[in-house]
Write a protein that binds this ligand. Sequence first.
Ligand code: ATP
Length: 365
Amino acid sequence: MATPTSLTIGVLNGDDIGHEIVPASVRIAEAAARASGLAIDWRPMPIGRQALDELGTTMPEGMLETLATFDGFILGPIGHQAYPKVPAAINPHPILRKSFDLFANVRPTRSYPGIGCLYDDIDLVIVRENNEGFQPDRNVVAGSGEFRPTEDVTISVRVITRAGSMKVATAALEIARARKKRLTLVHKNTVFKLGCGMFVESCYEAAKAFPDVTIDEVIVDTFAMKLLREPQRFDVVVTTNMFGDILTDEAAGMVGGLGMAPGLCIGRGDIAMAQATHGSAPDIAGKGIANPYAMIESTRMLIEWLGRRHHNAAAGRTAALMKIGIETALAHPATRTPDIRGTASQQEMVDGILKAMENATHAVA
Ligand code: ATP
């Protein structure tokens, strides 16, 4: 268990490119931690296809109980669409998000120079509700939120609760308070009068405790357009699950693609999960070209969050050193992958980050 200067972090590679980008993230975080006086006890655990092949299930027994003893964990992308259709091959990530009540998915979008961003000054955070909404595999405790009463009729149920909406709004308000004190609510209460209506009401209720944060609202379809035309208008955004899922991919597309879309799943508890926005990218797995940024940055966000949560200055230094390494590597085509206008293999990008951190160790000492 954690002491003030150490952290215990679970390592769940996931599937496909997860077996490349998660070990790369651990390598970089470990190097930064060592240089910053932080001890991290990394605990690898099988999950997904590897666990199914080795242990007969995608989520081995006891995994949740073990993870609960850690400070946080890294979850690589899960390629559940390719799992065999058997009961033991469940999609683990909704279970992890639910079990640890990780109701807020914090997804930043940032421009970096030279990598093909549509604008050079995007810096926003979309906070996506994580455990309710339209997602049929996670919005009910049994059965599915989608069903077909006749051959020609399908019904998808969307779940919005006051409690869930208040929780994600509060998480977003806290982030807004630490940034520019501005929060945009994205919804469609013009049509979903009850569902989005309850979400909006709950956000305003939560905002009563944050009088210093200015709130505005944008209807989701208009937001999708404004995000493309004036992304600089937005700072922190909170929205429901499905809208957040779509809008964060749109935002990623504006700053270099899915390889540039990190995420951190947080709740009210002390545990958090680093999870990039992208999937397991089976089309490029094993080719050594997957962009590791999103996973590395997600890992960095986890360490930074744990540093704040535990008042652990060494974790703060670790995250700061990782940031320098990442930004330095991204600045040069020779140390960034081809999807972001680079010439590097994934390994060369990782080596570039490690080297940049080595050169910058004094900056965080
Ligand atoms: P999911 O629904 O699980 O999020 P998806 O169907 O959206 O997954 P992804 O696996 O995210 O699909 O891949 C979408 C596209 O983005 C693919 O062409 C993939 O190669 C590319 N991609 C995803 N992640 C990366 C990455 N880290 N680096 C480079 N390309 C990536």
